[in-house]
Design a protein around this ligand. Structure first.
Ligand code: 26Q
Length: 819
């Protein structure tokens, strides 16, 4: 049966209108006269989804005919952001849809505002996964993003009395028009029980897993369109359900309570996203989630393989799997189990297939973030996997012994099992051993990975290691978020710039043109006006759109050093109080980001930002020359309103701590200048935009361990620097609210531990901020630097990252760029 065209996916004005009204009436059952804005949003989303689905189905058919190798991106998190506007941009339908709706008296922007974003991730890692699906579709790679359909995503943040309050994310409550449930793609997932030996027909010894629990995975598909492309990626998320036979057997025996309990326990598996990033706690439910989705995904991939008529031995030529950090690393053992136990392959063949399938991306050097699971927990939940992990380990350690005879310490470090105390399975080691390629996410990070956490693996297999610097999609974060800038870019770089971001280099000569600079400033100012009105609406704070917008938005973490930023804010405040004539250009400090609910100091940092705002924003002596805003509920949608309005991008993590950062790229692409350390991708951004267009400060990654091991005493810095002493004392002076003890924990941490070396970098940061103020007072020079930032950031498109992965990691072909 051919995939035909129809009115449903026509692009003429009448087709679009008919499709929209049909969806409103036939699919939603609404009387147009009584329909609500939300109904209109749903009807439009369904109309647009039809277009994307048709592409998706055609593209899948082509991939199967040509037997192309597909990419499966395994990630416990995705943060796609609102879909509607993005699809319209990708399909080139924005204007015709707007006109069609106008004809019905409906405003497109109102409908765009109706969409709830899927907050199925914590931050950078989840957003990166979504940028990559966008780029996979754009550069024409067949791909599936496999993950979990959390019923409750990352919490909603509100600020009450200056404190973060967590609310429940209810993204599915208004209905989700973007997903399609696929009852045909259901999978069973086993847990618990024991294993037992058996013999097959040829008398070979085999193992069988007899589980104590089975849970069902239901597939929900969300199509992800590409820009100017007929390829479409798929995000396939798994929802946990009870297996009916199980409840019914208990139910039939009259054990109603047990049946219900079983059902609830099963469904709990995909209920909620864990809201902590960068801190690993050995929570069993989290391990269940990880196994659940990778097990569903691998079985699904084997099913698709057999639809192609290909044997399981050819798994790796049909699929490349990318592990987004170690969260899905249990998949290495699971694929072995499926190939050996279910499909009867010999160990050696299965191991070759497995190792040729997986690649592993590391996103962190923080030791507290490295995943380890108690051996007993894995043994209880996944007894067969523990056996397989032991077998992989035994064979691997034989290999190591041959390469490094007698080196027992090395053996202990490389082992998949940490035996230094209670025994743990080290997921990063499992991922390294089971992968073809291992990469970090920025040049510096990849280098440090090879030198520190994964040094032993890098010594063993240097050729496995590579770097792929992160990127961001210019569709969502420039074209959609900043249409004013988009228009300007189209004029000088051609209208296809979002599909070929290196074209932005064409901007460079225009940096010298005063008339162009004027236009550039007007775009920025208008974005800042828009953000100022959002700030007023959300916080009640009035800010001056002509002031310097100094922005730090990202998860709240000590290593990201939002509190260093706040020390600067308060230093400026104290200076203005003492010397009202001081030449301090007007600035608006904007903070945003969620703190993990159990992260005490992160919550105090938020409280410090709001306390600084309460004090400074109302101080008559300051008269609005500086303002401090905490923008609540930073997420993808809010990011799209914030990034275009940034003048100064704060990227001030302690060197060696931020694997890459991606907000740094989003801001600089939108014409912000960066104040930052030599950390993560900042290093490459500075190289790209030119050191004269970047405000550098701080220790570098080599100096950090040197200082720490040399007996760093933060208290000495405090004693010897009067400005520093003044500002630290101010925190507990009572001026920041009646409760003097509020910030004592932060102060104690800084004075007696200072693990992220704020006091060491304080002076350098102040000096860099002084240079910022000076350049800001020369608007022409500032604008020139701003234009050059955008012009030179083309290499940070996620399209480039994906091309790198295709070449260096997955070995799949991509479309050539159009001339
Ligand atoms: C692990 C185990 C149990 C519970 C939660 C987690 C968990 C969840 C999320 C651990 C880590 C994360 C997220 C990490 C993350 O977002 N890392 C960021 O990844 C970005 C994309 O590569 C980088 O740009 C950032 O530098 C890095 O911090």
């Amino acid at each position: 049966i051919p995939i035909s065209d129809s009115i449903r996916t026509g692009i003429g004005a009448d087709d679009l209108r008919q499709a929209f009204l049909d969806n409103l009436v036939c699919a939603l059952g609404r009387l147009p006269a009584y329909s609500t804005r939300h109904d209109h949003y749903l009807a439009l989303a369904m109309t647009v989804r039809d277009h994307v689905m048709r592409r998706g189905v055609r593209c899948f058919e082509k991939g199967d005919n040509l037997l192309v190798r597909r990419v499966a991106y395994f990630s416990a998190e995705f943060l796609p952001g609102p879909h509607l506007g993005n699809h319209l941009l990708n399909l080139g339908l924005t204007e015709s849809i707007r006109k069609m709706l106008d004809g019905l008296g409906i405003n497109l922007d109102d409908l765009l505002a109706e969409e709830e974003e899927p907050g199925l991730g914590n931050g950078g890692l989840g957003r990166l996964a979504s940028c990559y699906l966008d780029s996979l579709a754009t550069v024409g790679v067949q791909s599936v993003g496999y993950g979990i359909r959390y019923e409750f995503g990352i919490f909603d943040q509100t600020i009450r009395d200056g404190w973060q309050i967590q609310g429940t994310d209810k993204w599915l409550h208004g209905g989700n028009p973007w997903e399609v449930h696929r009852p045909g793609a259901v999978q069973d997932v086993m847990f618990g029980g024991h294993t037992e030996p058996w013999q097959d027909e040829s008398d070979s010894p085999r193992k069988r897993w007899v589980p104590s629990i089975v849970i069902r995975g239901e597939a929900y598909d969300t199509p992800i369109s590409g820009y100017d492309s007929d390829t479409c990626a798929l995000m396939r998320l798994w929802k946990a359900e009870a297996v009916e036979s199980f409840d019914f057997s208990a139910f039939n025996h009259g054990d109603y309570d047990r049946a219900v309990e079983q059902k609830v326990a099963s469904e709990n598996l995909s209920k909620v996203l864990y809201p902590n990033d960068e801190l690993h706690r050995g929570k069993e439910l989290r391990l269940k989630q990880q196994y659940f989705f990778t097990c569903c995904a691998l079985q699904d991939m084997l099913r698709i393989l057999s639809l192609r008529g290909a044997p399981p031995e050819s798994f790796h030529s049909n699929w490349a799997v990318q592990l987004n950090d170690t969260h899905p690393a249990i998949a290495v053992a699971e694929l072995m189990r499926l190939l050996v136990d279910q499909h009867g392959l010999g160990w050696d063949v299965a191991w070759k297939v497995t190792r040729s399938t997986f690649s592993y991306t590391n996103h962190t050097l923080l030791p507290e973030a490295l995943e380890r699971w108690p051996v007993d927990m894995i043994g209880g939940l996944l007894p067969r996997h523990l056996e397989i992990i032991y077998e992989i380990n035994a064979r691997f350690l034989d290999e190591v012994r041959a390469a490094f005879p007698g080196d027992d310490e090395r053996l202990a470090r490389l082992s998949l099992i940490d035996e230094s105390g209670p025994r743990y399975v080290r997921m990063a080691n499992l991922a390294c051993v089971g992968s073809q390629t291992v990469n970090g996410v920025a040049e510096l990070h990849s280098k440090l990975l090879r030198q520190t956490v994964l040094a032993d693996f890098a010594a063993l297999w240097p050729e496995k290691f590579t770097n792929v610097t992160n990127g961001v999609t210019p569709r969502r974060f420039v074209a959609l978020a900043n249409p004013g800038l988009g228009k300007l870019l189209a004029k000088v770089a051609g209208k296809n710039w979002p599909g070929d971001l290196e074209k932005l280099h064409k901007l460079e000569p225009h940096a010298e043109d005063p008339a162009f600079r004027q236009e550039w400033r007007e775009v920025k100012l208008s974005n800042k006006r828009h953000l100022a009105s959002l700030i007023a609406e959300r916080t009640g704070i009035e800010v001056d759109p002509t002031s310097l917008f100094d922005v730090q938005v990202k998860r709240i973490h000590e290593y990201k050093r939002q509190h260093l930023n706040l020390l600067h804010v308060l230093t400026l405040y104290l200076r203005l109080k003492k010397d009202p004539k001081a030449e301090v250009p007007a600035r608006t400090f904007i903070f945003g980001g969620k703190a993990a609910p159990g992260y005490f100091l992160a919550k105090r940092i938020i409280r410090l930002a709001t306390a600084a705002g309460e004090l400074i924003n109302h101080d008559r002596d300051i008269a609005g020359r500086i303002k401090v805003v905490f923008f609540p509920d930073f997420n993808v949608r809010n990011g799209q309103s914030i990034y275009p309005a940034v003048d100064l991008s704060e990227q001030i993590s302690l060197a060696g701590m931020e694997a890459s950062g991606t907000g740094n790229m989003k801001m600089s692409l939108n014409g912000a200048l960066t104040i930052g350390t030599l950390d993560g991708a900042n290093v490459e951004i500075r190289e790209a935009v030119g050191e004269e267009n970047f405000f550098l400060f701080g220790l570098n990654a080599a100096e950090v361990p040197a200082l720490k091991h040399g007996g760093y005493r933060p208290r000495d810095r405090y004693e010897s620097d009067p400005l520093l002493r003044e500002v630290i004392d101010f925190l507990t002076s009572g001026a920041l609210g009646e409760d003097r003890d509020l910030f004592q924990p932060l102060v104690d941490n800084l004075l007696y531990h200072d693990p992220y070396l704020l006091l060491a970098d304080y002076r350098g940061y102040l000096n860099a901020q002084q240079r910022v103020s000076e350049l800001w007072m020369d608007p022409e020079a500032w604008t020139r630097a701003s234009i050059l930032n955008t012009a030179r950031m083309g290499r940070f498109s996620s399209d480039r990252s994906i091309r790198d992965y295709c070449q260096r990691v997955w070995k799949v072909n991509v479309k050539k760029l159009k001339k």
